[in-house]
Write a protein that binds this ligand. Structure first.
Ligand code: HEC
Length: 171
């Protein structure tokens, strides 16, 4: 539907453009507005992804940064890296699933062994995709067209691991 509207908007603005050209010189001020209108259409096409990446940044800074660090390189032996992680980049859907459900298994990331539990971090597939896409774009140089689409990972089972939260009192 959205695509159709955009096509219609472009077609209509084309008709106005042609009409105003035919109308003679006195309407030339109208024709000058055409390029600006087309840019607006383009910008609104992109807001879905921009909003998603903004949400991802917010989640990263609120939740992941404590362990995976501001540069996403983690802490050797304790928290695996999300930047340049061979393990993460080998399976993006698994990364979204781990972010939603948590993870509690031994893993080798860039040749280093990690085996501490990660509690579930987000509640929905949309949030999981948002934060992993932010990680891919911000820390792994991915371009927009390489990012994960929510519809491609819609079948992830939401089944959070029951891992006790590690609070400072427990330590
Ligand atoms: C309390 C610390 C902690 C927080 C907070 C945390 N993680 Fe983790 N994360 C870990 C640990 C520990 C592992 C290793 C888990 C294992 O061995 O099963 C891990 C593993 C991962 C992995 C798989 C390994 C890799 O390097 O690719 C991904 C992906 C991941 N975390 C993403 C995230 C995201 C995204 C967030 C924020 C929404 C987050 N984590 C928040 C501690 C944390």
């Amino acid at each position: 539907m959205k695509k159709l509207n955009i096509v219609a908007a472009i077609a209509i603005s084309g008709v106005i453009f042609l009409a105003s050209c035919g109308g003679g010189n006195q309407e030339s001020s109208q024709t000058k507005e055409e390029p600006a209108q087309k840019e607006e259409v383009k910008a609104s096409e992109n807001t879905g992804l921009e909003a998603q990446l903004q949400l991802g940044e917010k989640i990263y800074k609120e939740k992941c940064i404590v362990c995976h660090q501001a540069d996403a390189k983690g802490l050797k032996g304790a928290f695996p890296p999300l930047a340049g992680s061979d393990y993460l980049l080998a399976d993006l859907k698994r990364a979204v699933a781990q972010t939603i459900n948590g993870s509690n298994e031994e893993m080798i990331v860039n040749g280093e062994k990690y085996n501490a539990p990660m509690t579930p971090q987000v509640k929905t597939i949309e949030e999981g995709v948002a934060v992993i896409n932010y990680v891919l774009k911000q820390f792994n140089g991915y371009t927009d067209d390489q990012l994960i689409k929510v519809e491609d990972v819609q079948d992830i089972e939401i089944n959070p691991l029951d891992i006790p939260q590690q609070t400072p009192q427990q330590q």
